[in-house]
Write a protein that binds this ligand. Structure first.
Ligand SMILES: Cc1ncc(COP(=O)(O)O)c(C=O)c1O
Length: 205
């Protein structure tokens, strides 16, 4: 049995690698930055001694660079340990923050299971989830989405930016505009998507 890490050579040895939305070898510059951070920024960034202050500098610089790429303020950005944690924080945290608007969550039928489980949790807690259908190519039904987000007591709406099962890129900007017209809060779950696209992936309407 083979153990150990997968090298880039293993990946390129296969004819076509199609799972880049889940994982891909790091860009050489990103790899260099990561290795430098591991060597230089290993200390607890919350402490005050010099290696800790160095770690804090590196973390803050990473946050600023990421925020700039995403078009958000650095203090609006949280790093999480996994996509699932991020999706749960965005969906359940967003709903909690908008409690006064209502308890209805709108989401597409092809959200990642992390979002669907968060929606299930919300329903188990007494909230409501409205699922918006997609066509046979996985494209969101924009009319149904617009009607759903304009409904009463809608607090939040979640739309996956791009599906890594079928590769469908969703009309995130048009969906966010429908949310803006209805004053509901939209969350787009991009994971790796934003690295390759121009649109702003998430927005407060
Ligand atoms: C939109 C989205 N949410 C959540 C996840 C789950 O991420 P993780 O496996 O890091 O928990 C993924 C994984 O691909 C994802 O694409």
């Amino acid at each position: 049995m083979r153990t150990g890490t997968i090298a880039w050579a293993d990946v390129t040895a296969s004819p076509v690698y199609l799972d880049a939305a889940t994982a891909a070898p790091l860009h050489p510059v990103a790899r260099q930055a990561l290795l430098a951070a591991l060597d230089d920024g290993w200390a607890d960034p919350d402490r005050l001694y010099s290696p800790a202050r160095r770690a804090r500098q590196l973390l803050d610089a990473a946050r600023e660079a990421t925020a700039e790429t995403l078009g958000v303020r650095p203090d609006e950005l949280s790093f999480t340990a996994s996509g699932t944690t991020a999706a749960h924080a965005a969906v359940l945290g967003g709903l909690r923050g908008r409690r006064r608007a209502g308890r209805v969550l709108v989401h597409s039928a092809i959200e990642h299971s992390a979002v669907l489980y968060a929606a299930e949790q919300h329903v188990a807690d007494g909230g409501t989830a409205v699922e918006v259908p997609v066509d046979r190519l996985g494209r969101l039904d924009l009319d149904a989405w617009s009607t759903a987000v304009a409904g009463a007591h809608v607090a939040s709406a979640a739309l996956i930016a791009a599906s890594h099962e079928v590769g469908t890129v969703q009309p995130v900007e048009a969906a966010a505009a429908a949310c803006a017209r209805s004053a509901c809060r939209s969350t787009s779950t991009p994971r790796r998507w934003w690295a390759g696209c121009r649109c702003r992936p998430a927005g407060r309407c």
